[in-house]
Design a protein around this ligand. Structure first.
Ligand code: NAD
Length: 436
């Protein structure tokens, strides 16, 4: 099949590459000229494990191409994916300007029947808006389908190639059969393709993200209570996660969720609820709790150092909002860095993948270390913000020589309390008693 993917970010590039891998002819379109130039020169602008192998194979074999021209990109396409940004607008609702602009641009240049697929996360009713914008100037028949994406950054290729399920919102039989054909190679193991109407598909994506954000937040509140009552949240996690109704995943307590999806999607769903005069109390609480949770370690840092952090230097391990990605959008590390800088402290950070992105935002406000150990040199304490595997079993002997104080503030519960106690560390974590 000939496919166009408009928007070549985390979702668009993975979508395009994976559909090329299943034998389709794919053209990815992006307005960012530098990004397209990089891609045409074989440089992948994001870090996503496993993407490189598929990318190079499909580029080499001529199935995956990149352009800045929408009209060239969609020529002959049977399916056009919209993988465009839907950032929060000023009022928290999803800003549809990118999607609707492309929809308007598509109208006059469509020359045959095509299925236009919303892959972006968009509020209920967007498929109808996209249809209306295209229809304004379209001379040909077309369908608009909602096909929300559930991939996780860091395992995006695996998620895309072996999705738990594919959700497709359409009432058109013609579009249904095109989408079935396209996804057939990805669901050979029997994972379901679930058809529904467009509005339900749009809602499904928000319900999934809001549910997961709620699960994390619930566990974070349990953790906060554990600290007060003298319980250990890791034990609670094991104790409840083994219940098949609850499940093991998304039960890790920490300094809150971040990333490009959960915060904006929870906010956008809350906004939808407001628009429809529904008081969605759980969502409002999730947002409030998560915002507080992000800087939860700060009082503990003050508990150790006193209120005056001026001139203290903190080593930060981990900047990305989660491991295996370079994405720092809404990363709790950024909130903590800002809070520490506001207190007059200094920060030296290390992250295996996300430092360039942070440098673009914070520039020289903080120092950047080449290795995790270099970050510790002369630091007053270590703060862990992202649970990258390489932080799990560090060389503690080496750390002892570099850190000024044997103290760690761990926002991701990376170490066992017993290990920290045996090594004589002062150790603060989430939902567990401090080791002092
Ligand atoms: P992104 O910001 O990484 O990529 C969007 C791309 O669209 C950028 O490269 C941008 O230059 C391009 N673009 C903007 N306007 C354009 C135009 N007029 N024509 C062509 N290209 C244009 O965004 P993303 O993370 O890939 O997310 C895209 C959508 O998918 C969002 O709605 C997001 O909520 C959703 N989503 C994201 C994830 C994720 O993990 N990142 C997962 C599921 C769903």
């Amino acid at each position: 099949m000939k496919i166009a993917v408009v928007g070549t970010g985390y979702v668009g590039l993975v979508t395009g590459t994976c559909f090329a891998e299943t034998g389709n002819q794919v053209i990815c379109v992006d307005i960012d000229e530098r990004k397209v130039e990089k891609l045409n020169n074989g440089i992948i602008p994001i870090y996503e494990p496993g993407l490189d192998v598929l990318f190079y194979r499909n580029v080499e074999e001529g199935r995956l191409k990149f352009t800045t021209s929408l009209i060239d990109g969609i020529k002959g396409a049977e399916v056009i994916f919209l993988a465009l940004p839907t950032p929060p607008g000023e009022d928290g609702s999803a800003d549809l300007k990118y999607i609707l602009k492309v929809a308007s641009d598509l109208g006059p240049i469509l020359s045959q029947y095509v299925v236009v697929v919303d892959k972006s996360t968009v509020p209920v009713g967007t498929a109808e808006k996209v249809r209306a914008h295209i229809a304004e100037h379209a001379q040909v028949e077309f369908d608009v389908v909602s096909n929300p994406e559930f991939l996780r950054e860091g395992v995006a290729v695996e998620d895309f190639m072996k999705p738990d399920r594919v959700v497709i919102g359409t009432r058109s039989d013609k579009a249904k059969s095109v989408m079935n054909k396209l996804y057939a190679p990805l669901v050979r193991q029997g994972n379901p393709v679930i058809f529904m109407d467009e509005r339900s598909a749009e809602m499904t994506k928000y319900a999934a993200n809001a549910f997961l954000a709620t699960k994390i937040t619930f566990m974070n509140e349990i953790a906060n209570l554990c600290e007060k009552v003298g319980a250990n949240v890791d034990d609670i996690r094991r104790g409840i996660g083994t219940d098949s109704r609850i499940g093991k995943r998304f039960l890790f307590a920490g300094i809150g969720y971040g990333g490009s999806c959960f915060p904006k999607d929870v906010q956008a769903l809350a906004k939808t609820a407001q628009e429809y005069h529904y008081d969605f109390k759980v969502l409002e609480s999730v947002m409030t709790v998560n915002n507080l949770q992000k800087t939860k370690l700060l009082p503990q840092i003050k508990d150790y150092f006193g209120d005056d952090l001026k001139g203290k230097t903190f080593a930060i391990w981990g900047l990305a909002f989660k491991p295996y990605t370079d994405d720092i959008r809404e990363a709790p590390a950024l909130d903590n860095i800002k809070a520490l800088l506001a207190e007059g402290a200094k920060v030296t950070a290390y992250d295996p993948e996300a430092m360039d992105n942070v440098r673009n935002i914070l520039g020289t406000q903080i120092n950047y270390a080449h290795t995790q150990y270099a970050a510790l040199d002369d630091a007053d304490a270590l703060i862990i913000m992202t649970e990258w595997p390489l932080f799990r079993t560090p060389d503690f002997e080496k750390m002892n020589l570099l850190l000024k104080n044997k103290v760690i503030f761990d926002g991701r519960n990376v170490y066992e309390l017993e290990t920290m106690a045996e090594m004589g560390y002062t150790y603060y974590s989430i939902g567990r008693q401090a080791v002092k």
